[in-house]
Design a binder for this molecule. Structure first.
Ligand SMILES: [Zn+2]
Length: 290
């Protein structure tokens, strides 16, 4: 989400360093806990945690670099850095996922592209699956907003809807007459940019909002490592249900507890820029402190 707010005065570089450290620590912790959950019989807990934490931390640092490249989109007003940023973010997120699965850090590489997920594992096996959350949110946002911007969709790897506000819009934060209005919004790998907002309030290029919303889509990719906590449930279901196993070949679950929690936090707070994922999107996408 992107609201119209004033620029902060604090030192951006100091905040960038803190954010990089947090990416390392949080991703390290998620991967360390995941590695313990996915520990093999006979393995000792502490070494497994530390190994997961170490590789997860490296992955978190790489994700930070990928997300930071989005600032170039706002600064240069072009998309030259989005694909390199997406690839780097995916490498980092894949390392976190592998670490959280208690596997070798290069076991597999996974990238979320529009409504799809591409996975290449170390045996050079390629999987191409559909992402239900990104698909449903793309259809939902298209139904309330329309206007898929094909060029920006190709240039960013996210489904991009750019257009004017519709009169009968049921997204309250897209009412330009309201102080709650927003210039953009992301849901999984789909993004809306509201042009009307800029005419009413902002008088600024839409690239900073695109960069901000793309940070959210990269955060979604990074947070999917969390799903590795459920590896054992997934294996058991695949072993016991043939139809589940068959269906798993076609879809990749691109939603998790963090997404549900942030949706919940967003719904219960009117002014939500205090939550970490928002602060990071303002900082890395726009070099703003909120
Ligand atoms: Zn936001």
């Amino acid at each position: 989400m992107h609201f119209n707010k004033s620029f902060g005065q604090e030192n951006i570089n100091k905040r960038l360093a803190t954010t990089a450290t947090l990416n390392v620590l949080v991703s390290g912790t998620i991967a360390g806990i995941g590695a313990v959950i996915n520990k093999k019989p006979g393995e000792r807990t502490l070494p497994v945690f530390l190994k997961g934490f170490g590789f997860g931390g490296v992955g978190g640092g790489i994700c930070y670099i990928g997300k930071s490249m989005l600032w170039q989109t706002a600064k240069r007003e072009n998309f030259n850095y989005v694909w390199p940023g997406r690839i780097i973010n995916s490498i980092g997120a894949s390392i976190i996922e592998n670490a959280a699965s208690n596997k070798l850090f290069y076991d597999s590489f996974g990238m979320n592209l529009w409504i799809f997920r591409l996975d290449i594992n170390s045996n050079k096996k390629i999987k191409f699956r559909i992402c239900p959350a990104s698909t449903i949110s793309s259809i939902y946002l298209w139904s309330v907003y329309g206007n898929i911007d094909l060029k920006k969709t190709i240039y960013t790897g996210s489904i991009m809807l750019v257009g004017r506000e519709k009169k009968k819009n049921n997204l309250y934060y897209f009412d330009s007459q309201s102080t709650k209005s927003a210039g953009g919004m992301s849901l999984f790998n789909a993004i809306i940019i509201n042009k009307t907002f800029y005419e009413h309030f902002y008088q600024k290029s839409i690239y900073s909002t695109i960069a901000h919303e793309l940070v959210h889509t990269f955060q979604n990719r990074q947070s999917l490592s969390f799903n590795k906590y459920y590896n054992k449930i997934d294996y058991n279901l695949k072993a016991s249900s043939k139809s589940y196993k068959k269906l798993s070949k076609y879809y990749f679950l691109d939603v998790n507890g963090i997404d549900i929690a942030s949706a919940f936090i967003f719904n219960i707070t009117l002014y939500h820029s205090d939550i970490p994922i928002e602060k990071e999107a303002y900082l890395l996408g726009e070099h703003r402190i909120e």
